[in-house]
Design a protein around this ligand. Structure first.
Ligand code: SF4
Length: 223
């Protein structure tokens, strides 16, 4: 049985039914969905997800091939000269902090996990530079685990659909978990993110062509 929402209340059957309808339509729109970030293994996914903060996936995909050519394994990046890494990832912004994080997390992986990305949120968030959102992305995407990563798109789309009234990502995650069957959690974030990019756009949502409009309380309120 799903748990309560972040405010302790239990969703009604009608609220659960609406959430299931949202998920169904998103699954119909995006039957196969994966992150737009390019990666070949869980460690690379972890690194590119950390690098994707405050920039576009395209920017990260532009520098990742050279980064992983120079540093093919966690042990290589763990021992890297920060200035060399900064030069490679410069165009993704916040490059000094990101360099520190990806070197430190690679080092921690090597020292504490034999270079293997743990399949466990509590262990993931202990890695340098890895927050709950990044941990959930890796759990869902790399391991197919039931985890919902809440970014700005998931936040916006969930609020417009009134699946939550919260702004805090952890509370939104709990509200979505409470409403949506666990089997649909792994691809949910990616579907909402892509939907937020394609249809439920931040400044000008395309309600006129949106298949969720009949069940969306915010439909047509942006003119
Ligand atoms: S109807 Fe408009 S606000 Fe609602 S989900 Fe669709 S695009 Fe977003």
């Amino acid at each position: 049985m799903p748990g309560p929402r972040s405010d302790g209340t239990t969703p009604t059957p009608a609220e659960r039914g609406k959430a299931r309808a949202v998920v169904r339509r998103l699954e119909e729109r995006y039957p196969e969905i994966h992150t737009a970030l390019d990666y070949e293994n869980p460690w690379q996914l972890l690194v590119v997800t950390v690098m994707s903060a405050q920039t576009t996936d395209e920017n990260v995909n532009g520098v990742a091939p050279l980064l992983f050519e120079e540093y093919p394994e966690p042990t290589d990046l763990a021992e890297a000269n920060p200035e060399d890494v900064e030069q490679i990832i410069f165009s993704t912004g916040f490059y000094r902090q990101k360099t520190k994080s990806i070197i430190a997390l690679s080092n921690a992986l090597v020292e504490e996990h034999d270079g293997v990305v743990p399949d466990d949120r509590d262990l993931l968030v202990k890695l340098p530079g890895v927050g709950r959102k990044t941990a959930n992305v890796v759990l869902a995407e790399a391991w197919g685990r039931p985890a919902i990563a809440v970014d700005t798109h998931v936040n916006r789309v969930s609020n417009r659909l009134e699946l939550t009234t919260e702004k805090d990502p952890v509370k939104i995650e709990k509200d979505l978990e409470s409403l949506i069957p666990k089997k649909s959690w792994p691809g949910l974030s990616m579907r909402m993110i892509q939907f937020g990019r394609d249809v439920c756009i931040a400044r000008s949502p395309r309600c006129g062509i949106c298949e969720l409009a009949p069940i969306c309380p915010s439909a047509g309120t942006f003119d």
